[in-house]
Design a binder for this molecule. Structure first.
Ligand SMILES: C[S@@+](CC[C@H](N)C(=O)[O-])C[C@H]1O[C@@H](n2cnc3c(N)ncnc32)[C@H](O)[C@@H]1O
Length: 284
């Protein structure tokens, strides 16, 4: 263990470094959270003709799925702050002959040149706002009165063993300051009472929650323990911090992560660790 002061995991710079890392590992990230996307899409149950905004759409896989459901008269528009992800999403839509469209802008402040939407969807794209109430107020203004929103947000890290166990291993090698509750980041809305406060203050009502629980493949389906370990180093905040340390610390942490992932590897599935998310609905 190093004796340095605990490091804080840096905020996620989606229009820069984090967006680049998400893009470089797009298939692995999307493969990892695909089951949760499928559950949220099933819950949202879009119908032909609906106009849907996909908040923080990333590489656009959920926007493409929505576009296929709401066609021919509906619209699926992905909104994301990361230019490299919007570019990739736009290329994917063109390659697939999809009607999905993509806009690069900060959802917290953007005014879209679009008619109001019937629905808003977001798989893990809503937890990164520095000031969530004004951001959700801005989003509410993009929707028709009564429009339904469907969000997936991570539940408590304790219930997300893919994160908890990974961080447990990393903390055996370097000190990382505890996460600040409610700070922008993947677990900003782990406390759904806080999310309800935010949504209510932003003009939404009638929040309902369904818990999603299931094993998810770290690094995507079929990733080997070695590939899952490389994925953590290449793409996750904790891996990034480890990369800044000397080879002795890095190599020891890598060996322990590999051992963890080997224990959880299931042939034909991948490195399977428990995940829990909240599937949230509310109305504008
Ligand atoms: C965890 S990724 C999820 C991507 C995508 N929804 C998916 O499930 O594949 C979070 C996404 O939210 C986007 N994002 C973060 N803050 C944003 C903001 N203020 N406005 C728009 N997009 C934002 C990021 O650029 C990133 O693509």
């Amino acid at each position: 263990m190093t004796q340095a002061a605990p490091e804080a995991l840096k905020g996620e710079d989606w229009a820069g470094d984090m967006g680049t890392r998400w893009l470089a590992n797009l298939d692995r990230f999307e493969g990892m959270i695909a089951p949760i996307g499928a559950a949220l899409l099933a819950q949202a149950d879009y119908k032909p003709g609906e106009r849907v905004l996909d908040l923080g759409c990333g590489g656009g896989s959920t926007t493409l799925a929505i576009a296929a459901t709401v066609r021919p008269d509906g619209a699926a528009v992905g909104l994301d702050v990361a230019p490299m992800l919007v570019e990739r999403a736009t290329e994917r839509a063109a390659a697939a002959g999809s009607t999905a469209r993509f806009i690069c802008a900060d959802a917290a402040s953007a005014t879209l040149d679009e008619p109001p939407f019937d629905r808003l969807f977001s798989r893990f794209g809503s937890m990164f706002f520095e000031a969530p109430v004004p951001a959700f107020t801005n989003l509410c203004a993009m929707l028709k009165p009564g429009a339904r929103i469907d969000l997936a947000v991570w539940a408590n890290p304790r219930d997300n063993l893919w994160m908890m166990e990974m961080m447990g291993v990393v903390r055996q090698h370097i000190e990382i300051a505890p996460a600040v509750p409610r700070a922008p980041g993947p677990f900003a809305f782990e406390d759904v009472c806080y999310l309800e406060e935010v949504l209510t203050a932003a003009g939404f009502s009638g929040m309902e929650i369904v818990a999603y629980e299931g094993d998810q493949p770290v690094g995507g389906p079929d990733a080997s323990p070695e590939e899952a370990t490389d994925f953590v180093f290449a793409s996750m905040a904790a891996g990034r911090v480890l990369e800044e340390h000397g080879p002795a610390v890095r190599d020891a942490a890598r060996a322990d992560l590999l051992a963890l992932f080997t224990r959880h590897y299931r042939e034909g599935e991948g490195v399977m660790l428990r995940a829990k998310a909240w599937l949230v609905t509310a109305h504008a």
